[in-house]
Design a protein around this ligand. Structure first.
Ligand code: PEP
Ligand code: MN
Length: 364
């Protein structure tokens, strides 16, 4: 794929997308747009017209009338505008009203039928499209959506990381699971990737720290929900901030260089990286040895007709390692995720030995 950038910003200049979660009234849309336009740093004005809500009877967007308001935003402020599309009709209406960039929401990316419908309706146009990650942490589904839109002839594509749904307690509304967008960056180095801190945080007080983290991870920009009266917003009130607070957030961002020509720095860094490479190699060798031992145990259990999983032993390993890990400055979360992965790999190896190996991870 030869994806073209939508924004083409100068190096280390973040792409800035801001505007309300939902268009609510013409006055609200215009007021926020005028406030944002004043700062002169906003690349794209966002407002949802058709809102995918978790439950019916919530506000589901003002519909097509909102497109006229966005057209007015363009005329009066010069800001470019974007809105979410989820089906063929949305695409036609948005293009008819001169929307500059479309975005596909998380609940749509998850469904290949919907993405294909949008792709088909985009054929023959050249409107840029931003694709949010699917709600579930499936990188291939995200890439699949990019491919579908690209195959429809759209070359200007960007992606938006808005985090992933998860059950259980979390400080995030949607877990960032940074490794997924980082892997996407690795595979598509030229793709512009924007962080939607609003939908990841779901609350105001952590928006700035998350935005900073995204910058430090080399994201190309931010999409942040901004509202002239956040507490009274008709959707996502808890996570919206005023244009004034938003400008403060942008002003305080520290944009660090991705690299430098400073020879001394590069040499020092290289030295440290070499040490890390050596340790990574050792870790892999040790993990290989551990798996070979697990296989020995598997053979032994098979001959003696003993089951693979021994819960008491596994609990012991986990608890001991968490204590030991804490002494080495490693968090309980990390040890838990790491050891569970190692343990699962051991089980997979033992299952192969037992001849019950259903181990390959499916992806369709
Ligand atoms: C939104 O941007 O308002 C929105 C609905 O986002 P998501 O698709 O990420 O839930
Ligand atoms: Mn929202």
């Amino acid at each position: 794929m030869e994806i073209q950038p939508i924004f083409k910003k100068a190096a280390r200049q973040p792409i800035i997308i801001a505007g309300p979660c939902s268009a609510e009234s013409e006055e609200q849309v215009m007021d926020i747009a005028h406030q944002l336009a004043q700062s002169g740093n906003v690349d794209l004005y966002r407002a949802g017209i058709w809102k995918p809500r978790t439950r019916p009877n919530s506000f589901e967007g003002v519909g097509t009338i909102g497109l006229k308001w966005l057209k007015r935003v363009k005329e009066e402020t010069g800001l470019k505008v974007t809105t979410e599309v989820a089906n063929r009709n949305h695409v036609f209406e948005a293009i008819k009203h001169g929307i500059d960039v479309l975005w596909i929401g998380a609940r749509t990316t998850v469904n290949p039928f919907s993405v294909q419908e949008i792709a088909d309706s985009l054929a023959g146009t050249n409107i840029p499209v931003m694709i949010k990650n699917p709600i579930n942490p499936d990188l291939n589904l995200w890439i699949g959506a990019i491919e579908r839109i690209y195959k429809a002839g759209i070359q200007q594509i960007a992606v938006i990381h808005r985090g992933f749904s998860s059950s259980g307690n979390s400080n995030f509304r949607n877990e960032p699971m940074w490794q997924i967008p980082i892997e996407l960056m690795r595979r598509f180095p030229d793709l512009e990737i924007i962080c939607d801190n609003s939908h990841i945080c779901g609350r105001r007080d952590t928006l700035a720290a998350l935005a900073q983290k995204a910058m430090d991870l080399n994201f190309d920009g931010l999409m942040t929900e901004t509202h002239n009266n956040p507490d009274k917003a008709w959707s996502d009130a808890k996570q919206q901030i005023t244009p004034f607070v938003f400008q403060d957030l942008i002003k305080n961002l520290v944009i660090r260089a991705e690299t430098t020509n400073d020879v001394k720095f590069l040499e020092d860094l290289e030295g440290l990286r070499q040490q890390i490479n050596v340790i990574d190699n050792e870790l892999l060798t040790l993990l290989g040895k551990r798996m070979a031992l697990a296989e020995d145990i598997g053979r032994y259990k098979k001959n003696n007709n003993i089951s693979i999983l021994q819960p008491t032993r596994w609990n012991e390993i986990l608890e001991k390692s968490m204590l030991k890990g804490a002494e080495k400055g490693l968090s309980r979360d990390f040890i838990s995720v790491f050891l569970k992965a190692v343990h699962q790999e051991s089980i997979n190896h033992q299952e192969q030995i037992m001849g019950t190996g259903l181990t390959a991870k499916a992806s369709s």
